[in-house]
Design a protein around this ligand. Structure first.
Ligand SMILES: Nc1ncnc2c1ncn2[C@@H]1O[C@H](COP(=O)(O)OP(=O)(O)OP(=O)(O)O)[C@@H](O)[C@H]1O
Length: 272
């Protein structure tokens, strides 16, 4: 099983004009993500969540520390790690199936084969009839599914997701959480997901990483099991109604308050 490991990773962005040292954004983060992990990172706005994901993706290089995949230091982005953003960034001039097939084209897969594989991926994400639709003909949830199908086309070992459900309405978001868990299990890829929602973190994660802000440090890592409960057949509504879910929700809310000094409102959004 593959392991993506961050060891004592710190990050400062490049100095600004005049050479003043940029502030420390992430401070000595150590975290391992294995192929059967679903790690969710939560923390207030500016705590460095996106920076952490960009480091894991290889888009950024740590200022100190090491990031490795199966023991080998990362040297940049790679097809072993697929990234899904909130704004799915599909190619609007291509149909759904052409979007999904795009990474296969880059890999040199022939046209017939890539359309066959892309159609099978669209079926896996529950869009068997969407192949010829243009991006603007798809709902937000459908677009995110196409984006995830495209990410899966490169058969990544890790799925890195930055607020992938952040732009969706509440009902679609809950449905898509179930979908993400199903995809995670079927793809056997390790997952790293960033969210502002405590509820979403609890529903999806096998481990929740709580980041402090200024600089981003790991305040706590909490193992959770509701996602696995969903995959074993327990409805999300039952899991959310359980005393354990509510207790953990309260604990996390308290922790994020105490770690960040945040005034916390509703569940959705610890960042406000
Ligand atoms: N390209 C960049 N250059 C300089 N500073 C940056 C850059 N990107 C982010 N930062 C700074 O790094 C810190 C962490 O930003 P980051 O986007 O990683 O946090 P976040 O937790 O994802 O925030 P949010 O929840 O608002 O998306 C912030 O202070 C931000 O201003």
């Amino acid at each position: 099983m593959s392991v993506l490991a961050l060891e004592n990773v710190s990050l400062r962005y490049a100095p600004g004009e005049g050479g003043a040292q940029a502030p420390l954004v992430l401070d000595r983060i150590s975290l391992e993500i294995a192929g059967d992990d679903f790690v969710v990172v939560i923390g207030r706005s500016g705590s460095g969540k996106t920076s952490l994901l960009n480091l894991a993706a290889g888009f950024l290089t740590p200022s100190s520390g090491r990031i490795s995949l199966d023991g080998r230091s990362l040297s940049g982005p790679g097809s072993d790690r697929a990234v899904v953003f909130q704004d799915d960034a599909l190619y609007p001039w291509l149909s759904a199936i052409e979007n999904v097939a795009f990474p296969l084209r880059l890999r040199g897969v022939g046209k017939d084969q890539r359309l066959k594989e892309a159609q099978s991926l669209l079926e896996r994400v529950g869009l068997p009839d969407a192949a010829e639709r243009k991006v603007w003909e798809l709902s937000g949830g459908m677009r995110q599914r196409v984006g995830i199908a495209r990410a899966l086309a490169s058969q990544p070992r890790f799925l890195l997701m930055d607020e992938p459900l952040g732009a969706l309405d509440a009902l679609t978001r809950v449905r898509m959480q179930g979908f993400l868990l199903d995809m995670w299990r079927a793809s056997r890829a390790g997952a790293l997901l960033i969210t502002h929602s405590i509820d979403e973190a609890l529903m999806l994660a096998t481990r929740i990483v709580v980041l402090t802000a200024n600089p981003g440090r790991i305040a706590k890592i909490i193992p959770v099991n509701f996602g696995r409960g969903y995959l074993s057949g327990i409805p999300q509504s039952d899991l959310r109604a359980s005393a354990e879910f509510k207790q953990l929700h309260d604990d996390l809310t308290g922790l994020i308050h105490s770690e960040t000094g945040l005034i916390h409102s509703e569940d959705e959004g610890v960042a406000a």
